[in-house]
Design a protein around this ligand. Structure first.
Ligand code: ZN
Length: 108
């Protein structure tokens, strides 16, 4: 991978990381707000359902964020694009589709 590619990739990953962090902050701010319980059971159930959705969305955002942090660390270490299982280079097409891929297609 050329230095220009690496620089572009890092910029993309860092932009995405910033975006994820912002969305997580927003979600967490919403989720930690005092629940707006109403005497109306339907409303309370709806609030609970929305909080559940926020929680699972936050969990998936945190997963993506973790993958991005790993990808950036691997860029720093010069091991980006190699499979964590077999050490072989991950196919460029796969990295293009999934820039945070940690394993080759055989070990996905
Ligand atoms: Zn592999």
């Amino acid at each position: 991978m050329s230095e220009t590619d690496t620089t572009n990739l890092r910029a993309d990953l860092e932009a995405e990381r910033g975006d994820l962090e912002r969305r997580l902050t927003e979600l967490t701010a919403d989720g930690s707000a005092a629940p707006d319980f109403d005497e109306n059971f339907a409303d309370s159930a709806q609030v609970a359902a929305e909080q559940g959705e926020n929680l699972s969305l936050a969990a998936s955002l945190r997963d993506q964020l973790g993958d991005l942090v790993v990808a950036l660390a691997k860029l720093d270490a010069g091991t980006y694009g190699t499979c964590e299982v077999c050490g072989e280079a991950i196919a460029p097409a796969r990295l293009e589709a999934v820039p945070t891929a940690r394993v080759c297609i055989a070990h996905a």
